[in-house]
Design a protein. Structure first.
Length: 126
């Protein structure tokens, strides 16, 4: 699973924030082929004054995914479409207010614990 940081406005209720996180997780699983039991999300709610995002509305949502390289451009496009559509229909977020950034890296760039790069060991190697 990628490490997903979801930045959204703090004036929205906690249950709405959880719903957004669930929608993002489902889109990651269904379009980027990650396991459904491997969820790493950081949800940060900020005052709108701390979200300077050009002309986006105060209900902007920013998704930052850090993941190992290897997903195709088509899979990423499918993710973008799916998550924006689902956020619009299920959480009432306008597509123009969703910004997504994917950053890719390699197996050596991840340490889940113990100061080790687990993807390089047999424990998590693909």
């Amino acid at each position: 699973m990628p490490l997903v940081t979801i930045t959204l406005p703090d004036h929205r209720p906690i249950l709405w924030r959880k719903k957004v996180a669930d929608i993002v997780n489902a889109a990651v699983i269904e379009t980027l082929d990650f396991p459904d039991d491997d969820r790493y999300q950081i949800i940060q709610a900020l005052p709108v004054e701390q979200m300077e995002l050009q002309k986006r509305h105060c209900d902007a949502v920013i998704l930052q995914l850090t993941m190992r390289a290897g997903r195709s451009a088509e899979a990423k496009q499918a993710f973008y479409r799916r998550v924006v559509d689902d956020l619009a229909h299920q959480a009432d977020i306008k597509p123009a207010n969703v910004m997504i950034v994917i950053t890719e890296n390699s197996d050596a760039d991840w340490s889940f614990s113990h100061g080790e790069a687990q993807f390089l060991t047999t424990q998590l190697a693909c």
